[in-house]
Design a protein around this ligand. Sequence first.
Ligand SMILES: [Zn+2]
Length: 286
Amino acid sequence: MKIIDAHLHFSNLQKFKDTANNLSNIDYSSKGLTKEFNDSNVVLGIGMGLTEMKKGAFPDAESKNPMDLDLEKELPKFLVYCLGINPERLKKNQLADIDEEAKKDRVVGLKIYAGYYPYYVYDEIYTPVYEIAKKYNLPIVIHSGDTYSDRGLLKYSHPLAVDELAVKHREINFIIAHFGDPWIMETAEIISKNPNVYADLSGLIVGDEKQVDRFKNQRLFVDHFKRGFVYADNYFKLLFGTDWPLVQIKPYIDFIKHLIPDEFHEYVFYRNALKVFPKIKRYIQY
Ligand SMILES: [Zn+2]
């Protein structure tokens, strides 16, 4: 089965490097990613644009806008990306920069870091960004749930806020990242109710293979997610993603396979991403 990883990172952030070294035991480089992709037949990755100006500053109010993938000078050919938005620097000229970048072939969506930046997703500050998404038919990935930094504020990353946004902008497709974990039932309700809201399954576990196995074998942990999937009863709304380098790709694929009924694997691991990110089609060889 061909796989698309709809949520990963390729940014020069200290926190990602530390996680790769100390928790997930990953070679955080194009070389490492190429190997992990090849080992699991992952044919395309969608990176989430993110930068920090000072080492360890993420979520950085000073970051450039839009934020891209800056781990290495060149982007591996199997990566496309979502432009990361820094709301603290949404001044007029930067909107022009976002608009310009959004036209690039390899930009397939936008990413809002709710919770990392202290604004609700329906805040006026983001309105011009949503206009850009509409103009270029780009979906928007929204960070939801727990923040990977204790400086984040959870009230802004609660998935419930996406409901109001989705109603306001029916012509944009939104993707709730991490299935809003730990707010699984809330996310299940929001993707069920709103035709334009999807969810990715990235980052539900952080760590190495041993850690993934430990959680995979805990029924209460598995049921925490399964309950939401069964309630939503719509596997055409779920996208596979890893959050690499937070977790190794192969064991994480096995974990997600364990959560999703067999007959929907092809959709969750591949087809749904092609539908939600229309621009990625040109990078897929049929
Ligand atoms: Zn992520």
